[in-house]
Design a protein around this ligand. Structure first.
Ligand SMILES: Cc1cc2nc3c(=O)[nH]c(=O)nc-3n(C[C@H](O)[C@H](O)[C@H](O)COP(=O)(O)OP(=O)(O)OC[C@H]3O[C@@H](n4cnc5c(N)ncnc54)[C@H](O)[C@@H]3O)c2cc1C
Length: 423
């Protein structure tokens, strides 16, 4: 397996200039991620899902390292104790982590979600600073990790279609429901096996239904304690890609969400769902970019080493053509994902359709890049001995993760035709 000798990540500074601080951050993150996350992800990929999540496993060791470094506070401003990164730095963070391991990058991303969401609403709910944000920020021992529990067994795309007519169809409503009892919500139902870090998290940003008459729009978002009586987990999912990222069901049986942990009520639910999807999709686009860059660099190295026809593969024009297309894909994905992240993390309200467009474009482009990479590796591209094989599986998942590209594209059409997209 080759090392990361070729650094094409420096060629992208035309649209958004990187400062000396950005460069330093990139160097430090790359070193950390390549020394820790990449080798751990390769080992975890070979393991059974039950072993990935065992106490003291490489998964836990690396999550702990990220908490020690404060990476779990990615979206938390310095005023609340977070690392307080600007949008371009957040983009660099996500690309570098995903370059080393797409699965660990996603695990780090969902770990930040509850404190990110609490941060969005803390001005209206100041109690969240002490109930959610501070305890999470202070958790350098990694006792308090988190997940984003949205997908349900019967509702994948349905739950992500905020802003479309589907979202208001009263025949389609949440499987996880909350009933107001006094000031608390009592939660019952099941989230699907696709919840990233569902088997390991101690808190979830939970989306649940409160008013089925409004269809999927009749929901509430809250932070729920997953260590309480009334919460249980399914067996961790065995899947083809991102195997270093644990996945599994969460069951609620009269679990309690206190009033202080509610982030938004049914009135704000649709807008908040759209906003959160916008941030998640901007992130997924960037994770796909990181994976694509890794695929390109692996392939470039391989094409210089493998001899066929008496010459290195890269001396053949047909291979050069493919390499150039891979390069174009990586650079285009970086420009789009970085601009969209910068735009959507600095404007309010963010334009979710741009994040979705970035997610759909970058994940599809990354898949084309890694597919060309496998082709250039020939038969070895299908062998577990070569890292490109893992990347192929990891990147394929991105076209479904955080929304299937097809459903998301329909959501963009809805924004263009019936929303206020400026066209
Ligand atoms: C690696 C990975 C990580 C994930 N992490 C999380 C997580 O952290 N938390 C979480 O809650 N979920 C997570 N998910 C779940 C993910 O968000 C869903 O898989 C996704 O939204 C698609 O839902 P689904 O799989 O149920 O597919 P379905 O919704 O059943 O869709 C199946 C197919 O039908 C199409 N389709 C669906 N509805 C329509 C429609 N109305 N019109 C036309 N076509 C339609 C879709 O585009 C898709 O091609 C993850 C998924 C993956 C793969």
């Amino acid at each position: 397996m080759s090392s990361y000798a070729y650094d094409y990540s420096d060629l992208n500074t035309a649209a958004l200039e990187l400062t000396a601080d950005h460069e330093e951050l990139k160097t430090n993150l790359r070193r950390f991620a390549m020394e820790n996350l990449r080798p751990a992800s390769i080992e975890l990929d070979k393991m059974k899902p039950e072993d990935v999540i065992k106490e003291g496993s490489l998964f836990w060791q690396n999550m702990r390292k990220m908490h020690e470094l404060g990476y779990h506070t990615l979206f938390v401003p310095e005023a609340y104790g977070g690392i307080g990164l600007d949008p371009v730095s957040i983009h660099i963070f996500m690309e570098e982590l995903a370059y080393a391991s797409v699965g660990f990058a996603v695990a780090a991303g969902v770990d930040c979600f509850p404190s990110f969401m609490a941060n969005l609403t803390v001005s209206d709910h100041p109690e969240l600073e002490h109930s959610i944000i501070r305890p999470f920020v202070n958790d350098v021992e990694c006792r308090n990790t988190a997940c984003w529990a949205i997908t349900e067994p019967a509702h994948g795309s349905d739950i992500l279609m905020a802003g479309t007519p589907y979202f208001h169809n009263p025949n389609i409503s949440h499987q996880v429901v909350g009933k107001k009892v006094g000031k608390d919500y009592i939660i019952n139902g099941q989230k699907s096996a696709w919840v990233s870090c569902g088997p390991t998290a101690s808190k979830a940003a939970l989306f649940f239904g409160v008013d089925p008459n409004q269809g999927m729009a009749g929901g509430v978002i809250a932070i729920v304690d997953l260590m309480q009586k009334g919460v249980s987990r399914g067996k961790p999912l065995d899947k083809i890609g991102q195997r270093e990222l644990p996945q599994g069901e969460i069951y609620f049986d009269d679990a309690v969400v206190p009033e202080d942990y509610v982030l938004c009520d049914a009135e704000a639910y649709e807008e908040m769902s759209s906003l959160i999807l916008g941030v998640a999709n901007a992130g997924m686009a960037t994770y796909a970019l990181g994976g694509a860059r890794a695929a390109f660099e692996e392939t470039l190295t391989y094409s210089r080493e493998r001899i066929q026809g008496g010459r290195p593969l890269c001396d053949h024009q047909a291979v050069q053509y493919k390499l150039a297309n891979m390069f174009i894909g990586v650079e285009a994905a970086r420009q789009m994902s970085r601009s969209v992240m910068n735009f959507n993390l600095t404007c309010f309200p963010p334009r979710t359709e741009y994040s979705i467009a970035s997610k759909v474009f970058c994940t599809k482009t990354a898949f084309d890049v890694v597919n060309d990479g496998v082709q250039i590796h020939g038969g070895y591209g299908l062998s577990k001995e070569y890292f490109i094989e893992k990347l192929f599986r990891d990147i394929r998942a991105c076209m479904i993760e955080d929304g299937s590209n097809d459903s998301l594209t329909i959501a963009i059409a809805n924004h263009i035709l019936f929303g206020d997209t400026p066209y």
